[in-house]
Write a protein that binds this ligand. Structure first.
Ligand code: FES
Ligand code: FE2
Length: 397
């Protein structure tokens, strides 16, 4: 009899855990499918600022190209050949050979050079043609456009500027503690968004109470709600490409409104220009760091890659839960961004947060005129034009 009771209890426990697991890690991740409507996408695209702001953008993880390899990638509206010479240095070149436009990404790496598959001209990482096997003389100026490359944090990044200006900042030196953390996994997905919407999200204080007030734990939302306390700071001078966003998310009892102690978490986000950011999560069940990159591929088409780190010794299931929670929160936003137009003149009210201030900061990443033929340009809007800029204590959702 006792054994039977024990088996029933065991069965109930396993079932309860199974349901929880299913809800948190499987059903909680279900997304609304978006029907792609080309005409509608064109309409949406017209409302947005240029699709490719100026900045550093990720091509992918360092292991996308090993020594002696060449791969093709499509980013920023064009195809690039990415290769790694025997010296380990990465070269990124426009994909079409200046001779007769063969695709260099289908060539091969010889020493530290990329060899065209068509007539075997050899190009170095600067894009200069160094050797033509059947001709003594290399014509002066024989070169293919090279991209400026940085390889940090295990990511290959290129500099993009609409008017071909040189980098005004670099990707080195930030977050030196990442090598001390344990790398867990990386994820990648393509979204139909403009990457500015992601940055505006932190300044859009009001939406937190309506989009980010739930947990993925089943039934928990009947009793508890998440409230956010937000703060946003912008860099100046040689740090003007940086912005910092803090979100203290606490659990509260729905009925009494009372805060549940030690049940929330804090997120600190550093934006490094338009292309990448670092999220640090601090919670009672563990800490997690996300390096998040946004690479525009075409208009309203952005690849988002996440590189997930945590302090050594952090419980694996904690990371899985935190990552699932963060991913769900992102997707709750993304579902809205993928269906919206850009409000050039939003109707803001008290409590909306410093959206215009964020736009003002972001406008430094656009050039005029842009080379992309997009007519809409971001107008720098002063802080006074927003309804108010709230202090942390005033934005309790
Ligand atoms: S097309 Fe590249 S070498 Fe001729
Ligand atoms: Fe959001």
């Amino acid at each position: 009899m006792l054994i039977k009771i024990a088996l029933v209890i065991l069965f109930l426990i396993v079932t309860a855990f199974g349901v929880l697991y299913l809800q948190i890690f499987v059903l909680g991740k279900k997304r609304h499918k978006l029907a792609f409507d080309e005409e509608y996408e064109k309409e949406r695209a017209k409302s947005y600022p240029p699709p490719f702001p100026n900045g550093w953008f990720s091509l992918g993880a360092s292991d996308m190209v090993k020594k002696g390899q060449v791969v093709e990638t499509t980013v920023l509206g064009q195809k690039l050949a990415v290769f790694r010479g025997e010296d380990g240095k990465v070269g990124v070149l426009d994909v079409y050979c200046p001779h007769l436009n063969a695709n260099l990404a289908y060539g091969k790496v010889k020493g530290n050079n990329l060899v065209c598959p068509f007539h075997a001209w050899e190009f170095n990482t600067d894009g200069t043609c160094e050797h033509i096997p059947y001709c003594d003389k290399v014509p002066q100026g024989a070169a293919v456009k090279k991209w400026i490359v940085d390889e940090n944090w295990g990511i290959i990044m290129v500099w993009y500027h609409a008017n071909n200006e040189l980098p005004t900042w670099n990707t080195e030196g930030h977050y030196t503690e990442i090598p001390q953390l344990k790398f867990h996994c990386r994820t990648s997905e393509v979204l139909r968004i403009h990457l500015q919407d992601f940055n505006e999200n932190g300044a859009d204080h009001a939406h937190f109470a309506y989009v980010h007030d739930l947990l993925t734990i089943p039934f928990a939302n009947r009793w508890v709600t998440v409230k956010h306390q937000l703060d946003l700071q912008y860099g100046e001078g040689d740090k003007k490409n940086l912005a910092w966003f803090t979100d203290q998310a606490d659990l509260h009892w729905r009925k009494s409104g009372k805060k549940i102690e030690r049940a929330g978490g804090k997120a600190e986000v550093t934006f490094f220009g338009p292309g990448f950011l670092v999220f640090k999560f601090y919670t009672e069940i563990g800490d997690m760091t996300l390096v998040k990159t946004f690479t525009p591929i075409a208009q309203l088409k952005v690849r988002m890659d996440d590189y997930v780190y945590a302090p050594k010794g952090t419980f694996g299931l904690s990371i899985k839960y935190l990552l699932g929670e963060a991913t769900t929160q992102f997707h709750d936003d993304i579902a809205i961004w993928e269906r919206k137009k850009f409000a050039q003149k939003p109707l803001l009210v008290k409590g909306d947060g410093p959206i215009m201030k964020m736009r003002n900061w972001y406008s430094q990443f656009y050039s005029e005129p842009t080379s992309m033929g997009v007519e809409n340009k971001m107008v720098a809007i002063t802080e006074n034009e927003t309804s108010e800029v709230l202090k942390t204590s005033e934005v309790f959702a």
